[in-house]
Design a protein around this ligand. Structure first.
Ligand code: DON
Length: 306
């Protein structure tokens, strides 16, 4: 199988549809991105890299950051993390508040915003927000083998200025006694993690450990245990696209995590870590062209996990 040919063919087949979907504009700084961007990067456990289009251009990774925060928080707390966050798909939009009251401030899973906020709170734990965010950025730089990984200050500020819904979720959970840290401390880290900018190449590289039982195969660095790696992948499959997680599993068949910046990270255990980017989104906040590209790659490689 010629993976570079598959990536090139996928890019060519979809390039005319660049600009499809709707760029997220509820965070003003995100609305400024060029809708015609389109990148694909596939990294395999033997260290080979296959790319097309704008694969080297950094973009706002948004909710894809929740995967890395989850990996660190599970490692910090083990299964106790799941006392404060569930592992069921929500069937509701990413920023929904509706289940929180009925389920006593315990979010359904770590990828909806409420669940990610409490996971970030547990990443901070009893230390400073700066130490926690530094740990996250250091991990990403190490795994991506690129010290330039950083966050976009304008996007983080824009997130905070327009963050009324996230504040509502966080205060709701605080009222149920679910947070260890003050709401603004937790959201300060959450807004910065969403504003991290990475390219498809860097993202696919940084997430390769999830395709390799928790170990970065290029350095031998164990990021998480095999069991926890499986848990993260299972949550990506069942909850990674919110109320279109079923649709993504049905169409693509990879573990995946979307972000409203138009990126999707996909994991195919033992085979590859894949990142795609196209800013136009569907109604549920998943990159329209990105999901199509992954479906194309799944069909051409036969890599569906089912
Ligand atoms: O919390 C928010 O609103 C965003 N910064 C992140 C949301 C996001 O990426 C949802 N994913 N598709």
């Amino acid at each position: 199988m010629d993976l570079q040919e598959i990536v090139d063919d996928t890019y060519r087949a979809l390039a005319d549809s660049r600009g499809a979907g709707k760029v997220a504009d509820y965070i003003p700084a995100l609305a400024e991105v060029d809708a015609a961007k389109f990148g694909i990067a596939v990294v395999t456990p033997d260290g080979r890299r296959f790319t097309a289009g704008d694969a080297a251009e950094p973009f706002s990774i948004q909710s894809i950051s929740k995967v890395f925060v989850l990996a660190l928080a599970i490692d910090r707390h083990g299964d106790a993390l799941f006392d404060v966050v569930g592992r069921e798909p929500s069937g509701d939009p990413f920023n929904s508040i509706v289940q929180l009251e009925r389920e006593r401030g315990i979010p359904r899973n770590p990828f909806i915003n409420a669940g990610a906020i409490v996971t970030t709170d547990r990443l901070i734990d009893r230390r400073s927000d700066e130490d926690a965010f530094d740990e996250l950025v250091s991990l990403l730089r190490k795994l991506a083998r690129d010290d330039s990984v950083d966050y976009d200050r304008d996007v983080a500020q824009s997130e905070s200025r327009t963050g009324a819904r996230n504040r509502s979720l966080a205060y709701f959970m605080e009222d149920f006694g679910r947070l260890l840290n003050p709401v603004e401390t937790v959201l300060g880290v959450y807004f910065r993690q969403c504003a991290l900018t990475m390219s498809c190449e860097q993202l696919a590289e940084a997430a390769l450990f999830l395709a390799c039982d928790g170990v970065d195969p290029e350095t031998g660095h164990r990021v998480t245990t095999t069991a926890r790696c499986r848990r993260i992948n299972s949550l990506m499959l069942t909850c990674g696209h919110y109320d279109n997680s079923g649709q993504f599993a049905f169409e693509v068949g990879f573990c995946g995590k979307s972000g409203v910046g138009g990126g999707i990270l996909a994991i195919v255990p033992d085979r590859a870590s894949i990142a795609v980017w196209s800013p136009g989104l569907n109604r549920e906040g998943t990159s329209l062209l990105g999901a199509r590209a992954l479906r194309e790659i799944a069909e051409r490689t036969g890599w569906s996990i089912f």
